[in-house]
Structure formats: structure tokens, C-alpha cells
Design a protein around this ligand. Structure first.
Ligand SMILES: [Fe+2]
Length: 401
């Protein structure tokens, strides 16, 4: 199999190489002919927001994304606005109702801003749906073609946790900017002089929060319905302090482009952050999207300059001798990381640098992670406990613990 054949069309368009993707998202070789539900990669993250027109501006101005396609009243869409934005191989579709009777308005009232559809690129929609149906999945939309002058896209959708869905997309016979019904649209936003070409290259993982006791059921769903396999398991002590706790397991598709950590709250002395999400999102949903970058320092500086707010990391995180011993040598001085609040984790395969934003919208729900991988295929497990405890030590110093 040549390198060309293992890159998706979106990755080729973004001029990414196989080597870059191996480093960026931990891509591995995989033989789709032996996979019951072959998944090539991400197609798009489809957001439902309260104001798509402004959210699209935010993703361009703050996150450096490019507007590539649009659907709205001017194109015959009488229900909502939809803006398609890309950064490298990553594609977001931001939708917002303008008809008060739109189902999107109801979705937004229940959930606030969030990700309604984690759409996946598949080589054969019908094979996937047949397997999913036989495995007991709920088929929300049967396989069907959408056609315009740019060709034909074949689509179907299955239900996953909460009101979240996976649309399965085969766009191999389509050359339009997104889907039939959309027109090409370029950005009116003018980047600042000297702004980097892009701030992230790909989606690394999307985390789902599910109810207490439901995590194993959803892990089994991804095994049985979609042929995903386990990547890592974090349970109990790993990511619990005395006061806050969660459990997490990670499943991924064959080539590791698509990685789904699944969290459920664990019993602690105080309310788990997962419980807070479930309360405000109105049930299970996508908690965070990890965006892969090859220069987390430059990305964080650019995002901060545009007003993006990150979770603060206390200085005690960096001065902890146990942490310093654990992380060893990384590509930048630890002071550079400390200035920006970037976290480090290391495992037997290498290390990763990561940082988390505050929630994007009005509700304390979905947020972003920026991640720069150097061999590690992990998710920052070492940081969960260290970070929670560091925060608690800070609280104690202030007399609030
Ligand atoms: Fe993450």
C-alpha cells in the first residue's frame, strides 16, 4: 500500500504527509478488508449553536479556521444557517436555526452549544449500516445518495450516546465544497499580518461523557457495532483525588485516526466534573475535542492573543519534583511551558504536551484541548491526578479547601 493510498482526500488537500499524521495523531497501519465496519477517519464535527453566524466568525478569528462552504436562506435553506470551516484535515460545520420551528432550535434549547454529529468518513456506507443494524444499533437515517453538479455523496446515520449521532459519509465520488445544498464560500475575515497559516492540523480525539454506570455499555457498543478496539483504560485511583473522580476508557478505529475516550462520573466527596457536564448539557454528549498541533507554543500564543482563555495551571505543577522526574527532557524548556500553562505527560512510547480551554459557550460543557504528540499515544492520564491535586493544593493555600 503506497503512502498516497493511506491519506484521506482531506489530508491530501491539507498537504499533510503520512509521517506528519503518524506524529500528529498517532496514525497506525490498518487493513480495512478485515474490518467489519471500516472507518477511514473523521468527516466533520457538526455543531449546533445559538448563533452560527457569530460562531463561524469566532472559529475563523480566534482558531484560524478557513470558511469553505455555506448553506442558508440565500441557497434555499429555509431552516438554518450552516458554515463549513476547515483547518488542515479538520472540518467543522456550524449550524444555527433561524426558523423558530427548526429542530435545531429545540436541540439548542435542550443542550446549548454543542456537537450534535460526529460524522465519520467510511469507504462503504452500506456495509457499515448492515453491520451496525445486525449488531443492534439504531439506524437514524438509511443509506441514501445526495447528488448535484459536483457528483454524488452517499450518507447514513446511526445513534450514539445521548442525542449524538454518527453520520457515515462516502464522498469518494464527490468534488464539491461539502455536500449538495452547500455553495463554496470563502472567508471575509482577514487574518492579522504574520498570522500562522493554521493553528491546528487535524482532530486527534473526541471525548464523550456518559452517565454513571453507562461507560462499559458504550465501550461495548463501539466494539460490537463499529469494530473499535481498546486503547487505554483509566479507572479509579488513576484519575481520582480524594475529592473528585471520573472513570475513562478509550476506544479507537483500526487506523487510530478516530479515538473516543468515554468518561463516566465516579463517586467522590464532591460533585464530579462529569456530573456537572451531564446536568448542564442535559444528558450525555461530547465533552471535548482535542486538536492536533505540531507547535503548541505558537498555537497557544496565537489563541491567547485572540482572547482564548485556558484553564490555569498552578506553578506548583511545575515545581513538583516528582513531575519533573517523570516528564524528563522535552523539546522546550519547562519554563516556556509554565509561562503558558502547558501540561506534559510521558509514557513508554514518548511524551505529549497538552492544554485545555475553558468551556466555549455559556454552559459549562464542551471545550477544546490542544495536543502536541511526540510518540506518546496516550491522553495525558498522568496529568489528571497531578492537575487535580495541584489545584487542590492551591485551594488549600488560599484557605478554601
Ligand atoms: Fe483529551
Amino acid at each position: 500500500m503506497s503512502i498516497e493510498q493511506t491519506l484521506t482526500d482531506d489530508e491530501k488537500l491539507a498537504e499533510l504527509s503520512l509521517e506528519q499524521l503518524q506524529q500528529l495523531v498517532g496514525l497506525v497501519e490498518h487493513d480495512p478488508s478485515r474490518d467489519p465496519f471500516p472507518v477511514s477517519g473523521w468527516d466533520a464535527l457538526v455543531w449546533v449553536v445559538g448563533n452560527a453566524t457569530q460562531a463561524a466568525h469566532f472559529f475563523q478569528s480566534a482558531y484560524g479556521m478557513q470558511l469553505v462552504a455555506y448553506s442558508g436562506p440565500e441557497t434555499g435553506n429555509r431552516d438554518h444557517h450552516a458554515y463549513v470551516l476547515t483547518s488542515g484535515a479538520a472540518r467543522f460545520v456550524v449550524t444555527g436555526a433561524y426558523d423558530p420551528a427548526s429542530p435545531l432550535a429545540d436541540h439548542h434549547r435542550r443542550h446549548g452549544d454543542g456537537i450534535a454529529d460526529i460524522a465519520l468518513s467510511v469507504p462503504d456506507v452500506d456495509v457499515c449500516i448492515a453491520h451496525a443494524r445486525a449488531a443492534g444499533a439504531t439506524v437514524l437515517t438509511e443509506p441514501h445518495d445526495l447528488t448535484d453538479e459536483h457528483g454524488t455523496v452517499r450518507l447514513a446515520a446511526i445513534a450514539t450516546y445521548g442525542d449524538t449521532r454518527h453520520t457515515l459519509v462516502d464522498r469518494s465520488r464527490y468534488s464539491g465544497p461539502y455536500l449538495p445544498g452547500f455553495v463554496a464560500r470563502t472567508s471575509s475575515f482577514v487574518p492579522r499580518p504574520g498570522a500562522p497559516k493554521r493553528l491546528f492540523q487535524a482532530i486527534d480525539h473526541v471525548v464523550g461523557n456518559v452517565e454513571l454506570g453507562a461507560m462499559d455499555r458504550w465501550v461495548a457498543f463501539y466494539h460490537r457495532v463499529m469494530g473499535f478496539t481498546d486503547m487505554a483504560e483509566f479507572v479509579g485511583e488513576d484519575i481520582a483525588t480524594d475529592y473528585s473522580a471520573l472513570m475513562s476508557k478509550v476506544v479507537s478505529n483500526g487506523n487510530h485516526r478516530v479515538k473516543f475516550p468515554l468518561n463516566e462520573p465516579a463517586v467522590g466527596k464532591k460533585k464530579s466534573q462529569i456530573d456537572e457536564y451531564l446536568e448542564y448539557y442535559g444528558g450525555p454528549g461530547a465533552q471535548h475535542v482535542a486538536l492536533a498541533t505540531n507547535d503548541i507554543i505558537g498555537t497557544v500564543d496565537a489563541l491567547r492573543a485572540e482572547g482564548v482563555v485556558f484553564l490555569a495551571t498552578p506553578d506548583s505543577y511545575y515545581s513538583d519534583p516528582a513531575l519533573r522526574a517523570r516528564i524528563g527532557e522535552v523539546r522546550v524548556p519547562i519554563e516556556e511551558l509554565q509561562q503558558r500553562g502547558i501540561l506534559v505527560d510521558r509514557d513508554e512510547d514518548g511524551y505529549l504536551l497538552q492544554i485545555f480551554t475553558k468551556p466555549l459557550g455559556d454552559r459549562p460543557t464542551v471545550f477544546f484541548e490542544l495536543i502536541e504528540r511526540h510518540g506518546s499515544l496516550g491522553f495525558g492520564i498522568g496529568n489528571f491526578k497531578a492537575l487535580f491535586q495541584a489545584i487542590e493544593r492551591e485551594q488549600e493555600l488560599r484557605g478554601n479547601f
